[in-house]
Design a protein around this ligand. Structure first.
Ligand SMILES: NC(=O)c1ccc[n+]([C@@H]2O[C@H](COP(=O)([O-])OP(=O)(O)OC[C@H]3O[C@@H](n4cnc5c(N)ncnc54)[C@H](O)[C@@H]3O)[C@@H](O)[C@H]2O)c1
Length: 254
């Protein structure tokens, strides 16, 4: 079950956190993994870990927000059986304290970055006779989170793009789904706590842990396990779906 042998998988943002865990697990299951990373050293570190464990991985330095760079990376990769649109950035703020430059930056990475990879991957998958796409949304796409205006915008767009692509490419045998994690303990979370709540790191970490009814943050490996299922042939009947993976955040926070 959940074998990816013989498949080429592209994981964006595979140098850290959830993307790193997905790249490692997919490689362990036999995929040839291609990491598209803005931070080359981080992507290379993941690729080296994969190689040391006996897997196959290659890094392509690119900012997913730049279409020419993304096209060049996909041209170098060739066949794409699996695309995981994972690269993303955080932002804290209401509409009033989200200046245009911040809004544009979040859009550029989280929305346009996913679009650029879809734009590059979908024609290849169509010509190959199929493929599977997994987009990283968030609980922010589904519930009103305080102080997450631009981030919520971007993850709502991810959810909508997931449905659109799933609908348009049914007959091309391209499945497209998204997953919506609540808090997962990654450098992304540590970075935004440090950047936005200096001096209150431990208290904010504890508060964010308790905001999941299950009482803790998720682990990147737990997100990777769901990603593996959704990208495997065993999930062949699933398309156009979003899966919360949230310690009860959406349904049990009463
Ligand atoms: N961690 C959470 O709590 C959480 C919750 C819900 C959704 N998510 C989503 O999961 C995804 C991964 O989050 P994470 O916590 O692992 O983040 P992370 O910051 O640990 O890792 C993100 C990786 O993406 C790379 N990256 C960022 N911008 C890029 C760009 N423009 N081009 C190429 N690479 C780029 C970074 O260099 C980094 O290696 C994001 O889309 C995030 O929105 C995270």
């Amino acid at each position: 079950m959940f074998e990816l042998t013989g498949k080429q998988a592209v994981v964006t943002g595979g140098g850290s956190g959830i993307g790193r865990a997905i790249a490692q697990l997919f490689a362990r299951q036999g995929a040839a993994v291609h990491i598209i990373e803005r931070t080359l050293a981080a992507g290379q570190a993941t690729a080296d870990e994969i190689a040391q464990a006996g897997g196959t991985a290659q890094v392509h330095a690119a900012d997913v927000g730049q279409q020419a760079a993304v096209q060049a990376a996909f041209a170098a990769i060739g066949r794409v059986d699996i695309l995981v649109n994972n690269a993303g950035i955080a932002h804290v703020g209401t509409v009033e304290n989200t200046p245009e430059a911040d809004f544009d930056r979040v859009y550029q990475v989280n929305v346009k970055g996913a679009y650029n990879c879809l734009f590059a991957a979908v024609p290849r998958m169509r010509e190959q006779g199929g493929g599977t796409i997994l987009n990283l949304a968030s609980i922010a796409a589904h519930v009103g989170l305080a102080d997450r205006f631009a981030y919520s915008m971007s993850k709502g767009a991810i959810h909508a793009m997931t449905l659109s692509v799933a609908r348009d490419y049914l007959s091309s045998h391209i499945r497209c789904n998204s997953i919506s994690p609540a808090r997962v303990h990654t450098p992304f979370v540590d970075g935004f706590i440090a950047g936005n709540y200096p001096g209150q790191e431990a208290a904010v970490f504890d508060k964010l842990s308790r905001s999941q009814p299950i009482g803790r943050m998720g682990q990147p490996t737990e997100i990777a396990a769901l990603a593996l299922y959704l990208c495997s042939d065993e999930a062949g009947f699933i398309t156009g779906c979003d899966y919360p993976i949230d310690g009860g955040f959406i349904k049990l926070n009463t």
